[in-house]
Design a binder for this molecule. Structure first.
Ligand code: HEM
Length: 387
């Protein structure tokens, strides 16, 4: 597509390096936040945990209040819950799952993914975008993007009206605005590599949503599917939850070390589902010799993470759902083999890995603490997902 979107996912070189470093340093916006309603400043990990905890308990109480005895598509509520975690961190706001503007914003991401997938090779071979069918899809993607930018723009403008340029930042948008205000023209040109800083901020926000919501939601939906198909594993997790957390409170982040089997099962969900089967496009910075072949400098390389996770050379019976792969021999701790790479590898690996691991853990543990998953009796639509 002809428009240059900058941001983080589609940027490279110094622009990518500086933005990535800055977002990491600000911990997606949590760092620098003192917790407006608290007298004691909270550290960034604590705030991230509180934010995830809040969304997980809102998710469970919404189901209990509004859906007991009714059928429910968990995707809608989950989408809202994981999106709200990102909203809280980067823009200090959250939305109700029935909020029309927010629903539309989320729908546009969803539609974007679907259209993008259907463009196939056209995404990689530029002149193909001018083929009639492909052009229509690209035009639609651009129109959708304009609508998403308008949504984000409104939130940035609200921040501009209320930010304390000298004080602590409330979130990532504040942090960027404060940084922009403090920089000289020369520093700004260097930090944003000559791109418009506000356009860069818009795209960073969109990138964090597009990278963080679909991935987390889909992993959690797969977790439900794997529990439905492996009730004996579900029981083991629930026994651990009952023993280590007990029935009278929800699990929280402090339970992580004790919930060994739960975490191993979650890793197995992540390995088996590989929700990001292909990583982003990397490139060689020099000629590389690999298995007798030369890969020239500047070649695009797309890591096949699904292939790594399903390789029989690495994993015994890779199609089997077996959480014990991630347990130490004595079963007392979680192990993380080098070939487990749901977040990719190298300098370009996922920027939200810590947030994602925390939210996946808490939602997964909360699900199984609160509910049993079972196929309704007589249901004829339940099939083996391998077939
Ligand atoms: C289950 C959850 C998630 C999975 C499985 C996942 C996986 C990945 C993978 C495989 C990549 C590409 C890495 C590579 O090519 O080497 C990636 C990139 C990225 N992810 Fe995630 N991700 C998840 C959640 C998140 C969250 C919650 C955020 C932020 C809010 C996020 C932000 C990003 C960004 C910004 C990139 C691009 C990094 C760059 O180009 O430098 N991800 N993710």
């Amino acid at each position: 597509m002809s428009t240059i979107f900058v941001g983080i996912i589609n940027s490279e070189g110094q622009l990518w390096r500086k933005q990535r470093h800055y977002i990491r340093q600000r911990r997606l916006g949590v760092s620098g936040h003192s917790g407006a309603s608290n007298l004691m400043p909270r550290n960034s990990t604590q705030r991230m945990n509180e934010c995830i905890q809040h969304e997980a308990s809102t998710f469970i109480s919404t189901i209990n209040r509004d859906f007991t005895g009714k059928s429910l598509d968990p995707a809608v509520l989950l989408n809202c819950a994981v999106a709200n975690i990102i909203c809280s961190l980067i823009m200090s706001t959250r939305f109700h799952h029935n909020d029309k503007a927010f629903q539309r914003f989320m729908f546009l991401f969803d539609e974007g993914f679907r259209i993008f997938m259907s463009t196939g090779y056209a995404t990689f071979i530029y002149f193909l975008e001018w083929l009639p069918g492909v052009r229509t899809k690209c035009d639609k993607l651009e129109r959708n993007r304009e609508e998403m930018v308008a949504f984000v723009r409104e939130i940035i403008d609200e921040h501009k009206a209320t930010v304390d340029l000298e004080g602590e930042s409330r979130d990532l948008i504040d942090a960027y605005l404060q940084k922009m205000a403090k920089m000289t023209k020369e520093e700004s040109r260097e930090f944003f590599e000559g791109f418009d800083p506000e356009k860069q901020l818009e795209q960073v926000v969109l990138d964090l949503f597009s990278a963080g919501v679909e991935t987390s939601k889909t992993t959690l939906l797969w977790a439900i599917v794997y529990m439905l198909h492996n009730p004996e594993e579900m029981r083991k997790i629930q026994e651990e939850l009952l023993e280590k957390v007990g029935p009278n409170r929800m699990p929280n982040m402090d339970d992580r070390d004790a919930l060994v089997y739960t975490r191993a099962a979650l890793y197995e969900v992540m390995r088996r589902s590989s929700v990001v089967p292909l990583g982003t496009t990397h490139a060689t910075t020099r000629d590389i010799e690999f298995e007798g072949k030369t890969i020239p400098k500047n070649t695009h390389i797309i890591p096949l993470l699904y292939g790594v996770h399903m390789s029989p050379d690495v994993w015994d019976q890779p199609k089997e759902f077996r959480p014990s792969r991630f347990l130490s021999d004595d079963g007392k701790s979680v192990v993380r083999p080098a070939d487990f790479m749901p977040f990719g590898a190298g300098h370009r690996m996922c920027l939200g890995d810590q947030l994602a691991e925390r939210e996946l853990f808490l939602f997964f543990a909360s699900f199984l603490h609160a509910y049993d998953f079972a196929v309704p009796e007589g249901n004829s639509t339940f099939r083996n997902y391998e077939s």
